[in-house]
Ligand binder design. Structure first.
Ligand code: FAD
Length: 257
């Protein structure tokens, strides 16, 4: 007899903090009733009771395993099955969290490369924030790391990154191993914005080349919007990055035209 797949087990996550960055982007922090081990970059499967069923989707974890809460950064898909339920959550409400946190989109510590270019679109910054927070916390605990990280996050407008903009800018100002490049693709709608403009893929070569992160010494990562991932992969392939050092995490599949 074949092995039976074990039934999904869930923990309870109680909403302890919520910050809305815009009408359709928000950060949610949950207190989870069980300690769930994970590697920075992995995702949680979060569910909501709808009638008899649990409707669930994967969400990359923003928080570090060293933090006492689970944080996610979510974009509202108005016609979606799950995200409108996130938007109904009030402090003290609960969600279901599958008790296995999984995923392969983690810092590559096996290739021997110590430079990492991490490109994302808005919520696609989530795994990178977890990786960077963890390296910072572990460094404070005395654990040295050889890894140098360049994080490039594209958004339509700067405010879409909410408090992560300050967090990542501060980290970059404090730590020589961390460089952060936020880039805005609709600068005409964000007149105060003084930083980089364009999409993430428009600037990955510029900053990678400038810092000397290339196919001989770096691993590259793309996370979030599928089109950005395809564009970035093509740029990195032309820059001679081998396939096994181009990592991706697509958050959704583009609808067929
Ligand atoms: C590994 C992994 C990690 C993920 N991490 C995150 C995360 O950190 N934050 C986050 O917000 N989402 C994340 N997602 C996407 C998430 O799992 C859901 O797909 C998304 O939140 C929409 O769920 P929904 O039930 O509301 O919509 P659905 O009912 O599942 O989708 C409705 C339609 O919208 C499309 N769609 C889904 N997401 C988007 C989007 N962002 N923009 C445009 N169209 C979309 C779908 O392809 C589908 O056609 C992740 C996905 C994966 C696979």
């Amino acid at each position: 007899m074949g092995r039976r797949r074990s039934r999904a087990q869930y923990c309870k996550g109680e909403l302890i903090e919520r910050e809305d960055f815009s009408e359709d982007l928000a950060a949610f922090k949950f207190r989870v009733d069980k300690q769930l081990p994970f590697i920075p970059g992995q995702y949680a499967t979060i569910g909501f009771q709808v009638g008899e069923k649990i409707v669930q989707r994967p969400y990359s974890i923003v928080s570090s395993p060293h933090e006492p809460f689970m944080e996610v950064f979510v974009e509202l898909v108005p016609e979606g099955a799950t995200t409108p339920l996130f938007w109904e959550l009030k402090l003290g409400d609960s969600v279901f969290i599958r008790d296995r946190l999984v995923g392969k989109f983690v810092l590559d510590t096996e290739s021997g490369m110590t430079r990492h270019v991490m490109a994302g679109t808005v919520t696609g910054a989530a795994p990178y924030i977890s990786i960077a927070r963890t390296q910072k916390i572990e460094q404070e605990q005395g654990k040295a790391s050889p890894h140098q990280i360049l994080t490039i996050v594209g958004a339509s407008y700067s405010w879409e990154l909410g408090y992560y903009m300050d967090e990542l800018n501060e980290l970059a100002a404090q730590e020589e191993w961390f460089t952060f490049v936020p880039t805005v693709s609709r600068p005409w709608g964000d007149p105060e914005w003084q930083g980089e403009s364009g999409r993430a893929e428009d600037v990955i070569r510029k900053y990678g080349d400038h810092l000397g992160y290339d196919h001989t010494n770096a691993v590259v990562y793309a996370c979030g919007h599928p089109q950005m991932i395809e564009n970035s992969k093509a740029i990195w392939a032309r820059a001679r990055f081998p396939e096994e050092r181009i990592k991706e995490e697509k958050f959704f599949v583009m609808k067929e035209e």
